[in-house]
Each structure stands twice: as C-alpha cells, then as structure tokens.
Design a protein around this ligand. Sequence first.
Ligand SMILES: Cc1cc2nc3c(=O)[nH]c(=O)nc-3n(C[C@H](O)[C@H](O)[C@H](O)COP(=O)(O)O)c2cc1C
Length: 440
Amino acid sequence: MTTTWGKRQSERGPGLVLGLLLGGTGQTKKPGTNGPTDNLLDIDAYIEQAQQAERGKIHTIFLADALVTSDTAPKPGLEPVTMLSALATRTSHIGLIASISTSFTEPYNLARQVLSLDHISRGRAGWNLVTSSAGEKNFGKPLPAHDDRYAVAEEFAGVVQALWESWEPDAVSYDDRGRQAVDARKVRRIDWNSKHFQVQGPLNVSRSPQDRPILAQAGSSDEGRQLGARIADVIFTTGLTEVEPSVQIYRDFKKRAEAFGRSPDSLKILPGVAPVIGSSDAEAQRYWRDVMEEIDFEEGRKSLAGQFGGIDFEGLDLDAVIPLDELPQTAEVQGRRSRFGVFRNLIESGKVRTVRDLIIYHSSGAGHWFPIGSVENVADQLQERYERGATDGFNFLAFSLKYEPGLSAITDHLIPELQRRGIFHNDYQHETLRHNLGVA
Ligand SMILES: Cc1cc2nc3c(=O)[nH]c(=O)nc-3n(C[C@H](O)[C@H](O)[C@H](O)COP(=O)(O)O)c2cc1C
C-alpha cells in the first residue's frame, strides 16, 4: 500500500512506535490488580505498569507533569525524573521520557538530571520539552507570553544539547581494575552566551550511552511545531478524532523537518490515543458508558479550566450550548494554545455542543482521540492512520485503566493483534531507546 507520505508500507521501517503515558488519577494501576488507584505516590503501582508495558514491548513511557497543584482539589504526586529513576532500576528495555518545563527550570540542572537518568537506565532516558502554561506563582517570576516561552525554549534546548555533547564519547575509560581515566582534552566548555542563558560548562556528567538522550516535544502551535521540527526526535501531539486533519499535521511536521535539512524519518510523530477496547464493539461501548455514568460533572467543569486558558464555564448550565462567539480565537490563547484549538474545532464542527459534551469528551481521552471498539476494530483504525500517513505511532493514554480489563487490553490484546498484522515489532532490537525508536 502506498502512503500519502509517498512510501510503500513495507518501506516504512520497523513499524509503529508506541508510547504509554503514565500518571494521573485513574491512570495508575493498583498493584496486583487490573483496576485503577488514586494513589499516585505508590511506586509499586508504577513499577508494575512499566513492567507490563515492557512485556508488551512498548517503546517508551511518557510522564506528563505540572508545576502546580489545585487550590480547591490538591492532589499529591511524584516528581518525574525521581520516579523514572526508580523505574529504571526495575526495567531493562523500555524508554523513560519525562516532561520538564523550559520556563521554570535551569538548563544545567535539567541536562544533568536527564543525563544521570540516562546512565542509570543505560541509555533509555528522554526529555519531553514542555513550556508550561502555569507555575509562575511557585517560581517568583511571570509566565512569559506564549511565543516568548518558545523563544526561551529554543535557547534552553540549545544549551542542554551542547551540555550533553560537552564530553566526547571516549573521554572516560576504565582499566581492568576499575581505575578511571578521563582525557581532559575530550571534555569541553560550551561557553554559551545568548539572550536568556549564560552557561560555561562542561556538564559534570559524561556522554550518554545513547550519544544523546531522546528529545521529545509537546506543543503543536505554529511556534511549537517549528521548534519540534528543528530539534526533536519525537513529537507528542494531541490525537485528533478525524483522520484527514491528522494527515495534515503529520505532513506539516515532516515538511518543516525537511526544511531544516533533516530526514523526515528522523522525527517520529506520536499522537495521543485513549482506546476503549472490549472483546466486541458492544462490550467496549458498554465499558465506556459505565465510566461515563460515573463522571462528576462539577469536577469535570473545574478540570476544563486548565485546558481553556481559565474559562471554566462556571455560570453555564451543563446542557447549555457553548457560546462560540465568547471563546477567544485560538491564536490569542496564551496557555495551552494547540490543545485549546483542538477543543475549539470540535465545538465549531458541532461534534461538541454543550458543556456536558465537552466534559464527556475530556473525561474520555483528555482531549485525545478515543476509538471505542473490539480489538480488531481498534487495530483497524490504528492501522488505517499508520498506512494513510497520519502517524508514526501512538502514545497511549492509560485511561483504559478506567475500563476492564485495564492496561492488559492494550498489552495483551491490542498489541498482539498489531504484531500479527506485522505493523509492530515482536521485541526490542537494541539496548538504547534512540536505537529502538529508529532515530540513531
Ligand atoms: C500532547 C501534549 C502534551 C503536553 N504535555 C504537557 C505536560 O505534561 N506538562 C506541561 O507543562 N505542558 C504540557 N503540554 C503543553 C505544552 O508544552 C505547552 O506548554 C502548551 O501546549 C502551549 O504550547 P502549544 O500552544 O504549542 O501547544 C502538552 C501539550 C501537548 C500538545
């Protein structure tokens, strides 16, 4: 089959790249069960899920993050790099990608933490570059405007990459007795000096076992796409309900990468997807309906505010039609611009009409595509997107934990079906995440 990206399916390399987004209430599995837990401090819960994902040969774990907790509904959770370091010692092949903000971190600290995680995991670490849409009150400095955040992010990523490369791969060696030799000529200052950052270097951690940790980027506004296309290995983007707009976004990223002189294959596009899977279409629909019946709509209304730049639809009846003309234009949104755009498009197209619809949509996949159906039906839909050139793979949201049979619906049912179809690898082929993703 010829894809819209102009390549035959068989030439598209080793198949789908799959990630799993861990974390968040209802997305974490109670140890020893298939059901969810709200306890986001229980490392055993995460270890079990990571090991299950590894048995399913999922390429990488992704951790989302925020630098705030809600005043009205505070929730405790673990810091991503710390948590992934624990997972690193209990897994052997799966990637470990942490979301870390360029607005409220220093590049030297970040470079050091992620490279340390990379050594601990022997070459499986990654950084998901996010620019944050909140957190200013915890850092004593304002959140820069949307486009300024990306200007900072661009410099920030440059510093981090230079620090990661400040040691030559063979700068350190050990003799038979474990004695270390460091060739100081192979360890260099970076002398970085730009508008926002002055960093001398070198880093105090040596070169990555995978040359450089994986750099992912989430944020799909024009500025986000441009930055991701220039520097990222992986793009985590919001999975859209419709195929054709997904093809457009995919092509757009690849064209931008090419314009920067990169091979389009060196950038993997992973939209989020929250599949609801049953043994039949009817069973999957039933799982979904059961979960929807449990929604707390007032809680849902609050969690929408974060996606809508502060608009929480407070005064609106749940069944009132959302007044489109009162919503800002997407380009005016300073917070999570591209995510807002996804919701705005859904409202504009009539797929989402009321506040209730919006909450249902948001509760199903946090704004990402959520196909509902049998294993074969969902596999067909994923395969269609792959073959039509809408994606290089998917980042699963473990929202499926809300439905029986939890994560095993993905690892024990969907993945074997994708393997039978020859579009997902049967095992990890390499030691490092970079090699397994095919972006070495
Ligand atoms: C799929 C996706 C996942 C994201 N994950 C996070 C996250 O975990 N933490 C965070 O602070 N921001 C996250 N962001 C937000 C972006 O980094 C950025 O702060 C915001 O979306 C504004 O950029 P944009 O308008 O380019 O999307 C995510 C954005 C997208 C599209």
